[in-house]
Write a protein that binds this ligand. Structure first.
Ligand code: SAM
Length: 263
């Protein structure tokens, strides 16, 4: 299969919007700054826009692609590259333990399919000891939710979970014109770096997930109402938390304090 003959029709169900703007591609590669000692896992390599640039720096690259035609194309195109490993699979079904090791934490990157980006981030949070950092292209609105601070509309479960585990840095915006076909929404690049130590270590972070699900079940209701099955108003007050507040008014530390109280 020669490069010139490969014509792929973008598949909507796989969230395929391919990066075509060379300036943006260069900016992303600069932000990743691949080093020959790195092990990089790329999610959704597509037609290889980022892949080719990364392979140029001699890193060990594992790419996970669900689309059979794109996987076949990339496999053939890079057949002579010993540092390229293609995994034809649904990334949500990948057991990252088979790719990661605590001794050489990997870097995860990708222009992510927007339809699975939130479940994918939650999936990856389970594997953090083996991850050095993550750099993703996401819908701008999702990046804003990840980086949001209390008392804002974007602040919620995603902000608190991601900030509990990682430092969140929004790097730059990417316009729809950088892709083919152009998506309907604005995008942005975000870097997530796992904390050496979580803000205040919890016995099991799963409890935080459950607490947040309950706390944010009804954004307009007070904590007294949303959390009534888990903790009383008196107990909240004893933790220095006003039960009359709404879920978006509490900081990450407040939620960790409630979680520890319940464990
Ligand atoms: N990296 C390429 C680029 O920047 O041009 C393609 C990005 S495109 C937004 C998303 C890619 O993820 C597509 O190649 C798509 O086939 C792939 N993809 C979608 N769902 C996937 C899944 N569940 N597992 C693995 N890859 C997936």
């Amino acid at each position: 299969m020669s490069d010139k003959k490969f014509k792929h029709r973008a598949r909507k169900r796989f969230g395929q919007n391919f990066l075509t703007d060379p300036t943006i591609l260069e900016k992303i590669i600069k932000a990743i700054a691949p080093d020959s000692v790195d092990k990089i896992i790329e999610i959704g390599p597509g037609q290889g826009a980022l892949t080719e640039l990364i392979l140029g720096s001699d890193v060990e690259l594992h790419a996970i692609e669900i689309d059979r035609d794109l996987a076949a194309y990339l496999r053939e195109k890079n057949a002579d590259k010993t540092n390229f490993h293609l995994h034809e699979n649904d990334v949500l079904k990948v057991d990252f333990n088979s790719l990661l090791s605590d001794t050489q934490p990997a870097r995860i990157i990708g222009n992510l399919p927007y339809n699975i980006s939130t479940p994918l981030i939650f999936h990856l949070l389970k594997y953090l000891p083996g991850i050095k950092d993550m750099l993703f292209m996401l819908q701008l609105e999702v990046v804003e939710r990840m980086a949001a601070l209390p008392n804002s509309k974007s602040y919620g479960r995603l902000s608190i979970m991601v900030q509990y585990f990682c430092r969140v840095e929004k790097l730059f915006n990417v316009p729809p014109s950088a892709f083919s076909p152009a998506p309907k929404v604005e995008s942005a690049i975000v870097k997530l770096t796992p904390h050496d130590l979580a803000p205040d270590e919890l016995a099991t972070p799963d409890d935080l997930t459950n607490l947040l699900r309950q706390a944010f079940a009804h954004r307009r209701k007070t904590l007294r109402n949303n959390l009534s099955s888990l903790i009383s108003a008196d107990e909240l007050e004893s933790l220095n938390i006003n039960p009359g507040l709404r879920p978006e008014n509490l900081s990450l530390d407040d939620y960790v304090r409630i979680c520890k109280h319940l464990q």
